[in-house]
Design a protein around this ligand. Structure first.
Ligand code: SF4
Length: 198
């Protein structure tokens, strides 16, 4: 039987709620573990994502995968990865406010159904979408912010690391913070168990 998340994904696959529907190849809803404790939000699908129907499959995605693996010891199958908007903006332009607003209910549903412990917001657009206010990622990163039932950890978008290698230490530092937070998220009855990430 179809889960609620699968039902929403099917519904989104034919979505025409904003103008991004006109130029896309396909909707890129999200990928990974539907019970993930860690959920990543990027900005929007790019060329390869639009072609393959999966978020973060280009160079930025490879960097994200590598960091998930090296710092957290996890793979993309263990976490959940999605974007603020689910369709590729033409020529990789920034998503526009009306598009972000039209797509937001899908992100809200993903958060509600997956119910992660940590939401990692990759870049300004994701952080703004999740915190509901304009932010400067370099000022706000490096800490966790409580929001609803989860902790938001804002960090740079991996594409920013590809453009400026000096940011890699901060980026990895934010992943170390997430690892610490995941290990600390222990239910009282489980404190005697060996800490595990998943
Ligand atoms: S970006 Fe979101 S709201 Fe716009 S058409 Fe795609 S799925 Fe629908």
């Amino acid at each position: 039987m179809m889960t609620e998340l699968e039902r929403i994904e099917k519904e989104a696959s034919t979505c025409v709620k904003c103008k991004l529907s006109r130029a896309r190849t396909q909707v890129v809803f999200g990928v990974g573990n539907p019970h993930a404790r860690l959920l990543f939000i990027g900005e929007a699908p790019g060329f390869y994502e639009d072609q393959q129907g999966e978020p973060f499959v280009g160079a930025a995605g490879k960097l994200l995968d590598r960091t998930i693996n090296d710092v957290l010891g996890l793979s993309r199958k263990d976490v959940y990865i999605t974007n603020v908007v689910k369709c590729r903006p033409p020529n990789n332009r920034d998503p526009e406010p009306d598009e972000i607003e039209a797509c937001h209910p899908y992100l809200q549903k993903q958060l509600e159904l997956i119910s992660p412990v940590i939401v990692c917001a990759l870049g300004n657009f994701a952080t703004r979408a999740i915190l509901g206010k304009a932010v400067n990622i370099s000022r706000i990163r490096g800490k966790s912010i409580e929001k609803n039932n989860y902790l938001v950890v804002p960090t740079y978008h991996p594409a920013a690391i590809l453009r400026n290698g000096n940011l890699i230490d901060s980026f990895q530092g934010d992943f170390k913070l997430m690892k610490k937070l995941l290990l600390e998220d222990r239910k009282p009855e489980k404190v005697s168990e060996q800490p595990t990430l998943f």
